[in-house]
Ligand binder design. Structure first.
Ligand code: HSE
Length: 441
């Protein structure tokens, strides 16, 4: 059996974790897979992290062109991140006839279609298990395990940073800023957490998983995305009183006229299958036509969990499993039509609404009239007397939850309420996500 050389691009957190697995555990991986794998190069411009974790210095290489010319190297593992240099590195590898393994969700969510086509044109494959939900083998589940199913919906908690922050806010009553600071101190959030807290990282992941699940290419910029950075602790507290937990949920859901993709903070009931996912953990709920509900849970970030997924891709690519799946199956974004992506106005949900109204006669009547005129039915209402302290911060908060309503109607009603003379600050609207119905009895 011929030796399969691996070149690792980027030796940061995940790169370091992968280099460790490919040096320390290579014997057992080869024994288990029956492959002769070898880490041939670690390519970077700075090797201080690689040195600090004991990666042998004879593997260090700064000249990527030399690596591309080495016929022993069959697989290039891109762990540089971002969409500029990483894209060029991946394109060069594919054009040089090397298979690519990557954890880069942004790259695939934006350029996946063209990169898959480029791989196909050069008779190589791209492995990307590590791009979604870290160590959870969700890509294999969607592309192989659930192949017999029409996928009806995916609901994911796919950003550990956000889930940690929301868990801390809910459990410890911390403000968003306090919880973010704690996440950064624990190394669970980047120094610049924008991609995570804005919801974009989750959007990248649901775009990738959704394209495979629904066999259609996905336009990332058509996914409505809301992050957690504008949340008010008050709503998490009131939500808890009402029996709900706040989560950043990435959704891809089959509807009558197309697929609804969205990323947003939402309330879920305490008994919802995703309610117990706490701290930095990830989970993806997938509903298939034959299998019903399946749930995938694990660590969605970090050096060794993500490296576990990278190593799994290396084995799949080296053994030819990836090659078969990539060339035989027809659900890849470069082979399918565009998915019909529905705007949020089309979805129906229950909603949590917090009105900030003047404490005067007829204010509540005015609100309920506007809701009623727009066909929105109220399922609960809560108004508390304010303490002196909270009075300084808020107008009277009136919280209502609705029965199932069309988002378009809710948006229209909120605009009218916000423009009315009883509203002192804009209305907060958070959707309540119920468990997806099981089709299997
Ligand atoms: N930063 C991500 C998270 C992991 O916090 O889950 C990589 O996408």
């Amino acid at each position: 059996m011929s030796k399969i050389g691996i070149a690792l691009l980027g030796c940061g957190t995940v790169g370091g974790g992968t280099a460790k697995i490919l040096t320390q555990d290579i014997e057992s991986i080869c024994k288990r897979s029956g492959l002769d794998l070898e880490l041939s190069y670690v390519v970077d411009v700075n090797f201080s992290h690689a040195e600090s974790i004991g990666i042998p210095s004879n593997l260090f290489e700064t000249d990527y062109q030399k690596v591309l010319k080495d016929p022993l190297v069959k697989i290039v593992v891109e762990l540089v991140g971002g969409t500029t240099i990483a894209k060029s590195f991946v394109e060069q590898a594919l054009k040089s006839g090397k298979h690519v393994v990557t954890a880069n969700k942004a790259l695939l969510a934006i350029y996946g279609k063209e990169l898959f086509a480029l791989a196909r044109a050069n008779d190589v494959t791209i492995g990307f298990e590590a791009s979604c939900a870290g160590g959870i083998p969700i890509i294999k589940a969607l592309t192989e395990g659930l192949i017999a199913n029409r996928i009806d919906a995916l609901f994911g908690i796919v950003n550990g940073t956000c889930n940690f922050i929301l868990s801390e806010m809910t459990q410890k009553g911390q403000s968003y800023e306090e919880a973010l600071k704690e996440a950064q101190e624990l190394g669970l959030a980047e120094a610049d957490p924008t991609l995570d807290v804005s919801g974009m990282d989750s959007a990248h992941k649901i775009a990738i998983m959704g394209a495979l699940s629904f066999a259609g290419s996905v336009e990332l910029d058509q996914i409505p995305v809301e992050g957690i950075d504008n949340l008010d602790l008050l709503d998490l507290k009131v939500g808890t009183e009402l029996g709900y937990i706040m989560k950043l949920i990435a959704v891809a859901q089959r509807m009558e006229n197309g697929i609804s993709f969205r990323v947003r903070p939402a309330f879920i009931g305490k008994n919802h299958p995703l309610a117990w996912i706490k701290g930095p953990f990830n989970a993806v709920s997938v509903y298939g036509s034959s299998v019903g509900h399946t749930l995938y849970y694990g660590r969605g970030a970090g050096a060794s969990p993500t490296a576990s997924a990278v190593a799994s891709d290396i084995v799949s690519v080296a053994s030819g499993v990836s090659d078969i799946v990539f060339n035989q199956y027809n659900f890849w974004p470069d082979l399918t039509d565009k998915a019909v992506q529905l705007p949020n106005s089309e979805i129906k949900s229950r909603y949590y609404l917090r009105f900030n109204i003047a404490d005067k006669v007829g204010a509540v009547a005015q609100i309920t009239t506007i809701l009623g005129n727009n066909g929105i039915s109220i399922s609960s209402a809560l108004q508390k007397e304010l303490t002196e302290t909270s009075k300084q911060e808020y107008a009277v908060p009136l919280v209502m939850t609705t029965h199932l309503a069309k988002e378009e109607d809710v948006t229209k009603a909120i605009a009218l309420i916000n423009a009315s003379d009883v509203t002192l600050a804009n209305t907060i609207c958070i959707s309540i996500v119920d468990e997806h119905p099981e089709t299997i009895s």
